[in-house]
Every structure is written in C-alpha cells, then in structure tokens.
Design a protein around this ligand. Structure first.
Ligand code: ZN
Length: 387
C-alpha cells in the first residue's frame, strides 16, 4: 500500500473503533451498549483474521474478551508484546458526539480518540505490516485488552494465564511520544460504619451510622494534610489520598444502620496495598473509639521500568530519529503495565495523542499525531526491538 493510503487507513481505523462503543462496564452485570467490549473485540478479531493472521479471543469474563495475536520469529525464546486497550471511560457530560468520530480541523473527536483507540489503531496496523514483512528476529505478539479503565481485568487475566515467555512489552497510550517509564499505583479502600436502624421518631433507640463516618471522613482530611510531610519521589511526587464516594441511609424517616465511603490512594513504588489499609485503619482508631472497618477493594502496582534497559533505549532512539523527541517521562494515572510488574520485564508506554485530552468532555486526537504514531511504531519494529 502506498504511504498516503496507509495514513488514510490509520485515520479510518481509528474512526471505526470510536464508532463501536466500548465503555468500561465497571461493576455492571448484564451490561449493554454503550457498555462492554464484546463488539469491539469481535471487530478486532475479524480485522486480523481478514489479513490471514491467526487471532485468538481470550475470554476474561462472560461477554468480555481480550484479542491476542502471535507471530513466530526466528528465535522463539523471546517475545515482544505490543498492547493497547479497547475500553473507554464513560461518555456522560461529553460536549461532542461520543461515537460519531467526526473530523474537524484535523482532529478526530470522540470517546477513546486518544485513550486509547488512536494508539490502538496505529499499533494494530504497525503489527500487521511488520508481520507481513517477515523475518521477525523474535516472536511478535499483539494484545488488545478489555477492562483497562477499571481493575485492569483483561491485562491481569492475560498475565495470570501466560503461555509464552514475554521479554518486554510496549504499551500504546497517549504519551505525546515520550517514553513513559514509571507511574503510580492505586489502592482502593472501602470504609464502613455499622449502626442500628430505628424509627426517626425515636432516634435514641437506634445508632446512626452516618455520624461516625462523617467524623472518619473529617479525620481523613487531617491524614491527607499530614501527607505533605511524606517523602517525595523525584519524578512521581508524593502519594495522594482522596475520599471519592460516600453512601449512607435509605429513607428520610429511618435512622441509617450503615454508611460506606470509598478512598482512592495513589501509591509510589515501594508501598504495598495491605500496608496502606493497615495505616489508614490505625489512624482512624487513633482518632476515635468508634469502629470503622477498612477493606481493600482493589489495587494496581506502581510501574517502574529501568531507563537504561535496551528496550527503552531502542524506543528513545526511534523517537529521536523520527520526531526529535528523546525523553522519558512519567504518567499520573495507572495503566495495564501495572499488571505486568510481576514478570520483571521492561514495560514502557509510548504513543500518539496527549494524555491531557484523555477522559475529557471533547476528547480528540490530531490526525497528524495519529499518523506520526504509525510512523514511530513502524520505525521501532523495523529495528532490533531492544530485547
Ligand atoms: Zn488508556
């Protein structure tokens, strides 16, 4: 295909992917469009099949699949994995049509345009074309995950069921072509206070669960202020904590017997989830005699890749050559790379699009950026991959 045709192809593929809604269903059961990744996974599976590749649908949960493709190289002892995610955040409050993928002034607008359907489409084409060229030095694999935006369900499933030796993974996310080598992890906690319900005309016969929770939340604000004294990571800064959800009571004339709050804690390398849970519980105990239980809901590991690993160097050489950018960076949010930490392999993140445009009301990606994304991925795959 001529160069112009391939550039047109990446734009059209990105538009097609945006037009298949794939909002992360979070905890919904029996989700339906726009929630869920079933349809987009089918599309990607068929797309690879149509080029004679041999994709597999990997069932993660009912109606939720990853798409995985493996091409054998001369040396099969090592595999380079390229990975992007298929799900998006929700579309509530968007000011542009979320699934129209309209192009205005050289920008494709829509949910997922930059996070992550732009990088995903560029990676799909780069993978297909590199496999078609043949003479792969090592195995080359591609993984499109479900569930990245909540719990990293697809990536975790992939790592837990790994059947090939992965030597390095490159994650496609909007990084403005900087090689992201670290990001914070996340710990999600649930606080609960237990009371006793009663009729509101006789409140003293019950125990209101909301008051102790209100005191706990106020105490957490104090805890957060004390974090200004905590050690700082040279690139990632300090850990942060926020109370993000509070829920209590069922009816205006009933004393509530239960109140829950949720806490999001962004952690630095070296911190572990259970230690966070214990620390918050201990702090709350020290502030009050009331029982607030603290439960660990989920956590993602912080990601840290060696700046000097050959894979990172190969990526920096590529971005330097193609676009005069030679910069490692950090990301504030967590990604699928967290799920790969246990493998002890380099897991840099690189892609077209600006992370500041991700999850926004008018999410978009510049078509020029998207084209450059394809050029950068192609150029990297033409090299020795740095495995
Ligand atoms: Zn993303």
């Amino acid at each position: 295909m001529a160069r112009m045709d391939i550039m047109q192809e990446v734009i059209e593929l990105c538009q097609t992917l945006i037009r298949i809604p794939s909002v992360n269903p979070e905890d919904r059961k029996g989700f339906q469009s726009p929630y869920g990744e079933f349809e987009i996974a089918e599309f990607i599976f068929n797309w690879f099949s149509s080029f004679g590749l041999n994709p597999q649908l990997q069932q993660v949960e009912e109606n939720r699949n990853n798409v995985f493709v493996l091409a054998q190289g001369r040396d099969t002892s090592k595999t380079l994995l390229l990975s992007s995610h298929m799900d998006t955040v929700d579309v509530k409050d968007m000011t542009v049509e979320p699934f129209a993928a309209n192009i205005t002034d050289g920008r494709i607008y829509g949910r997922g345009a930059c996070d992550d359907k732009g990088p995903l489409s560029a990676m799909m084409i780069a993978f297909r074309d590199r496999v078609a060229q043949g003479k792969l030095p090592f195995n080359l694999a591609f993984l499109a995950t479900c569930g990245e935006e909540y719990n990293m369900t697809g990536a975790r499933h992939f790592v837990e069921n790994l059947s090939i030796p992965i030597a390095g993974a490159l994650f496609g996310e909007p990084t403005s072509f900087k090689a992201v080598v670290s990001h914070k992890g996340v710990v999600r906690l649930q606080l609960q206070s237990q009371g006793q319900s009663a009729h509101c005309s006789r409140p003293k016969t019950g125990r209101n669960a909301i008051y102790p929770m209100a005191r706990a939340v106020t105490a957490i604000e104090e805890f957060i202020e004390s974090m200004d004294q905590w050690p700082q990571h040279p690139q990632l800064g300090r850990e942060t904590v926020a109370v993000t959800i509070i829920n209590g009571g069922q009816q205006i004339n009933v004393i509530p017997d239960r109140c829950q709050a949720r806490v999001d804690w962004r952690i630095l390398p070296g911190t572990n989830a259970l230690a966070c849970r214990d620390k918050l519980e201990k702090f709350l105990r020290s502030k009050s005699s009331e029982e607030i239980s603290v439960e660990l809901l989920s956590h993602y590991e912080p990601m840290r890749t060696d700046h000097n690993s050959p894979l990172v160097i190969a990526i920096l050489d590529t971005t330097d050559r193609v676009s005069n950018i030679r910069q490692t960076s950090i990301m504030t949010g967590a990604t699928d790379a967290s799920a790969f930490i246990s493998l002890g392999i380099p897991t840099p993140i690189l892609g077209p699009g600006n992370t500041e445009h991700a999850h926004t009301k008018n999410e978009y990606i510049d078509t020029a950026d998207l084209e450059k994304g394809l050029v950068v991925y192609n150029a990297y795959l033409d090299g020795d991959w740095g495995l």
